[in-house]
Design a protein around this ligand. Structure first.
Ligand code: SF4
Length: 366
């Protein structure tokens, strides 16, 4: 099938989904990636699929999974007089435990520079030699190689006032954490297309081998998602789960080994805090000792953050449960009332890839 499909082809794929959907039980299919959540919302697929196919949004929006305790740390950094925080725009409005965000800090005098690439962040450092520029590195395996490149370039060019606060996270460990969580019920995964361009197919094999779960690496067009669903439903119907690639025009089975090499030169796996999921072993990336001068946590002597449960952010925000696929956005009591994209309470409403934002924009609940 071409990159785009016509209405007839889409209707045929929907019929295939209807035919393969089991009549006797509902299936929970998780779209892991925030970009899939938005694509599904935009296409109206949720409303077109049979009722017993439940599409659940997962922990694949980097802003949404950033834990409150990390947000408080970088807000503290932003308030230091000699620091400029460089960040992608998505993190700007995410509130921390006490309700304030980088945008609020900027309003109170903090220096926050919104950049469009890691190389822009390096430029900010070059243009401000008297300041320390801290880039907030949030994202998955897709963005980590470019952040690693910026660190290597900073070292090669002797830019000493640049560092990275790594919030990077890894997809396979969080999928395993979900499957180990007794509350979570997932029959199959629509696996992220972009992350998989880097990591390839092998890191997902454990899903079928150890947990008997279906998985399909899927592209972002409507027909990609429908084809991915058909492949998942066939695996489930035949009770032969495996990991397949639907998104062949974007993903090679071996991924991108060179990008992984760059990533591994600068970063190493480390335990990381996830919103809603807590501390997951080896699910994040920290900067290696050989690049310690570019690690904001070392440069500013930041202790490993540890969440103080007594200071939890808004307890009514259900982002944590939504990221695990336990709740749908409209099941949050604040959705569309106290929490809207203009007045977001939690990160799932702030982020352009957040499940709550997608449901608000594209469903009848918004
Ligand atoms: Fe949190 Fe708002 Fe989503 Fe509720 S609607 S879960 S408060 S982001």
């Amino acid at each position: 099938m071409k990159q785009t499909a016509n209405k007839r082809q889409l209707a045929k794929l929907i019929q295939q989904v209807e035919r393969l959907a089991p009549a006797d039980k509902p299936l929970n299919i998780m779209e892991v990636c925030g970009a899939h959540t938005m694509a599904i919302g935009k296409s109206g697929l949720r409303q077109l699929l049979p009722d017993n196919i439940r599409l659940l949004s997962g922990p694949g929006c980097p802003v949404c999974v950033t834990h409150d305790c990390e947000i408080e740390v970088y807000l503290e950094l932003a308030r230091q007089r000699n620091v400029i925080i460089a960040t992608f725009g998505d993190l700007l409005r995410v509130p921390g435990k006490k309700g304030s965000s980088l945008a609020d800090a900027r309003g109170q005098g903090a220096k926050v520079s919104v950049v469009y690439s890691t190389m822009d962040a390096l430029k900010v450092a070059k243009n401000n030699p008297g300041k320390e520029v801290v880039f907030l590195g949030a994202g998955f395996e897709t963005t980590a190689p470019t952040v690693a490149m910026s660190v290597i370039q900073a070292q090669e060019e002797g830019i000493e006032n640049f560092s990275v606060y790594s919030l990077h996270k890894l997809v396979p460990p969080v999928l395993e954490a979900l499957l180990l969580d007794k509350e979570v019920k997932i029959d199959g995964f629509i696996l992220p297309g972009h992350v998989s361009t880097i990591i390839g197919v092998e890191p997902y094999y454990f899903l079928a081998r150890e947990y008997h779960k279906a998985g399909v690496i899927t592209g972002f067009e409507t027909h990609d998602i429908l084809q991915g669903l058909v492949m998942l439903l066939e695996q489930i119907r035949e009770d032969k789960p495996c990991v397949e690639i639907q998104y062949r025009r974007g993903v090679l089975p071996q991924g991108a080994p060179l990008a992984r090499q760059v990533m591994a030169r600068v970063f190493e796996p480390a335990d990381a805090w996830w919103r809603g999921l807590g501390l997951i072993p080896k699910s994040g990336l920290r900067i290696r000792e050989s690049f310690r001068n570019y690690d904001a946590k070392k440069k500013f002597n930041i202790p490993e953050p540890y969440p103080n449960e007594k200071e939890e952010s808004n307890k009514n925000c259900a982002c944590g449960d939504i990221l695990k696929g336990i709740k749908l956005p409209q099941e949050c009591r604040l959705f569309g009332i106290a929490c809207t994209p203009l007045n977001p309470v939690g990160p799932c409403m702030v982020s352009s890839e957040g499940a709550c934002a997608a449901y608000y924009r594209f469903t009848e609940y918004g």
